[in-house]
Ligand binder design. Structure first.
Ligand SMILES: Nc1nc2c(c(=O)[nH]1)N[C@H]1C(S)=C(S)[C@@H](COP(=O)(O)O)O[C@H]1N2
Ligand SMILES: [Mo]
Length: 197
């Protein structure tokens, strides 16, 4: 008789799952509204500092930046986790390298109006990307293409799809779900799902 079933993937285990999460092999789509269709020639990404200074990249400029290929685990607050997902994107360390700021907070803005906040330091030190490729393919519109924020150490609602800008702020400004009762920070390992968790 077998002792332990290795699970479907046979590679990753319950120990890789934050509390209250279950493993899924598919990639659910969770969007609060319709999927915006952004043409690459109309796309841009803007970082706005606390003094109002703007740093903007067209798609061409953005794609000329050096990229990384992180493999990361995703944890959605609706309790599914997907392990070992493969992405390609530009590190926020690269994007923010020449941005002068003393801000402590960031607010990501998306085409379509979605927003989400996080401490600026959570975007740094190799922990966040503007991702444009998933599993070797161009990121599909329903998953946030042309490009989405990827901040995998926080619950997935922080990974703004269709990202168009990041505003750097001296004061924390809650985004769409954070204003609706979700946790301001959203650490899956501390199960910070809702206000007060
Ligand atoms: N612009 C935008 N980004 C978003 C959302 C959204 O509704 N709009 N939903 C968030 C939530 S709650 C989750 S769980 C993930 C889902 O990403 P996926 O649809 O690629 O699985 O995107 C996040 N980013
Ligand atoms: Mo979510």
């Amino acid at each position: 008789m077998g002792i332990v079933s290795p699970g479907f993937s046979g590679r990753r285990r319950a120990a890789d799952l934050p509390p209250g999460q279950y493993l899924t092999e598919d990639f659910p789509v969770l969007s609060a509204g319709p999927t915006p269709q952004v043409r690459l020639e109309d796309w841009s990404l803007t970082v706005t500092t606390e003094t109002g200074q703007e740093h903007r990249w067209t798609w061409e400029e953005f794609r000329a930046l050096p990229t990384e290929q992180p493999t990361v685990d995703l944890h959605c607050v609706t309790r599914w986790s997907k392990l070992g997902t493969r992405w390609e994107g530009v590190s926020l360390d690269t994007l923010l390298a020449d941005v002068e700021t003393t801000a402590d907070y960031a607010l990501a803005h998306s085409y379509g109006g979605y927003t989400t906040n996080m401490p600026l330091e959570d975007l740094l030190d190799g922990r966040a990307w503007i991702a444009f490729r998933f599993d070797g393919e161009a990121l599909t519109p329903e998953h946030g293409g042309p490009a989405r924020l990827l901040v995998p150490h926080l619950y997935l609602w922080k990974s703004a799809k269709w990202v168009r800008g990041i505003t750097l702020l001296h004061q924390d400004q809650p985004g769409f779900w954070e204003t609706a009762g979700y946790h301001d920070y959203g650490d899956p390992w501390r199960e910070q799902r809702y206000w007060g968790d």
